[in-house]
Ligand binder design. Structure first.
Ligand code: NAD
Ligand code: MG
Length: 404
């Protein structure tokens, strides 16, 4: 009989968190929930906790703790309720859990994802911003502590599946002999066919209406600007030890081919499937086994055709800025991510316009690239640079944007 694995889900109320619970729910013999966490939507955390009976839940503050306690049914045994960022790190590294799903959005997820790596867990990494901000630190923590890293981002999960596995259960090295390029597919988002000049007045609702994937708001806006693909290029660089000029982006509007690996002999291996995150989540949970995910089978005859084209970097300046940041160094990558988080939040709150997102990132990058030679050897160094870039991006929004 298989011993069930205990899973911590950081960000359980989000899109990835909910999909993870959906997969776990199909395999009660294989997985138990150790901890759940949420920043908001405490009612949703409460419902999840009643269903999955975690040992611990983590909430952001005392107000959320009081709300959770007040709503908890008196006839049920309550989970332990912990509060704050350190508690996220604690449940990620607790000896009571084997697997950590890192599904918090943004650099806010970095400390807990790193704590899971340092504790030698199987880390299912959805939180791409952690790798963008602290790739070298994070990958070193995985290696040095015998942790297992399973990429959950669909593109990286696809590439992982298409790379040779030499028996190690951690991410295979893309620069293995014979690998020529990694090809990341991109749907092109809701504005794929619109000229950049037509996007001046698009609303957050339009930007969040992704044609193929249902996701959280931040990543939906990132998909519209294609900054998401830029973050994924940086993510692929760290996960698979691949230089920027051997990572290619290919527009594929149907989101059926999730990414590909090109080999020296002319072979290209691809992973295909429906656009549903439960496939990569199930793969990460069960690796090297395969389990039912709830995702329907792909019907290629019904899909009929698959289209591919090169991206137009003038239409998607955020994609170009991401390649620039990767080539410039870690300081630039931290600034790119931080400025984007600030800009997307301002756009969602209607403080800036859609096309301002790229401007905020560009201006923040120009301010920080000079410092990109600095070493970022600790989490504190990374968080300090992240905070400085956020502050600068805020200043850009309040005082510099309209003068640029
Ligand atoms: P989401 O906004 O739906 O959910 C985010 C979760 O994190 C929620 O549970 C929220 O309460 C929690 N959270 C938010 N801010 C927090 C903070 N400051 N501290 C602690 N917890 C916080 O996001 P999502 O779409 O599920 O994406 C999560 C991560 O996975 C992102 O990094 C995203 O880029 C990545 N990802 C998502 C998808 C997708 O299909 N949704 C695909 C690939 C990668
Ligand atoms: Mg992706």
């Amino acid at each position: 009989m298989i011993q069930p694995l205990n899973v911590t889900i950081l960000g359980s109320t989000g899109s990835i968190g909910q999909s993870t619970l959906d997969v776990i729910n199909r395999h009660p013999d294989r997985y138990k929930v150790f901890a759940l966490s949420a920043q908001s939507r405490i009612e949703s955390l409460l419902e999840q906790s009643i269903t999955f009976e975690p040992k611990v839940v983590v909430v952001p503050n005392d107000e959320a703790r009081n709300k959770f306690t007040a709503l908890w049914p008196t006839n049920l045994k309550s989970p332990e309720i912990k509060v704050g960022t350190q508690a996220l790190c604690d449940v990620a590294s607790d000896s009571g859990c084997n697997v950590v799903m890192a599904a918090i959005v943004g650099a806010a997820g970095l400390p807990s994802a790193l704590a899971a790596a340092r504790a030698g867990k199987r880390v299912l990494l959805a939180n791409k911003e952690a790798l963008v901000a602290a790739g070298s630190l994070f990958m070193a923590a995985i290696r040095e502590n015998g942790a297992e890293l399973l990429p959950i981002d669909s593109e990286h999960n696809a590439i992982f599946q298409c790379l040779p596995h030499d028996g190690r259960a951690s991410a295979p090295n893309g620069s293995a002999p014979g690998v020529k390029r990694l090809i990341l597919t991109a749907s092109g988002g809701p504005f794929r066919t619109r000229r950049i000049s037509e996007l001046g007045s698009v609303t957050p609702e339009e930007a969040c209406a992704h044609p193929n994937w249902s996701m959280g708001k931040k990543i939906s806006v990132d998909s519209a600007t294609m900054l998401n693909k830029g973050l994924e290029v940086i993510e692929a660089h760290w996960l698979f030890a691949m230089p920027a000029d051997r990572i290619n982006v290919l527009i594929h509007p149907q989101s059926v081919v999730h990414s590909m690996v090109e080999y020296e002999d002319g072979s290209v291996l691809a992973q295909l499937g429906q656009p549903d995150m439960r496939t990569p989540i199930a793969y990460g949970l069960a690796f090297p086994d395969r389990i039912v995910s709830g995702v329907g089978m792909l019907d290629l005859a019904r899909a009929g055709r698959l289209d591919f084209s090169d991206p137009d970097y003038d239409q998607f300046p955020c994609l170009k800025l991401s390649f620039d940041a990767l080539r410039a160094g870690q300081g630039a990558c931290i600034a790119l991510n931080a400025a984007n988080e600030i800009a997307v939040d301002a756009f969602l709150n209607r403080r800036i316009r859609y096309l301002d997102i790229a401007k905020v990132i560009d201006l923040t990058l120009s301010n920080s690239v000079i410092e990109s030679d600095l070493n970022f050897n600790s989490l504190e160094d990374v968080l300090e640079a992240d905070q400085a870039a956020r502050k600068y991006a805020d200043e850009v929004i309040t005082s510099k944007l309209n003068k640029a």
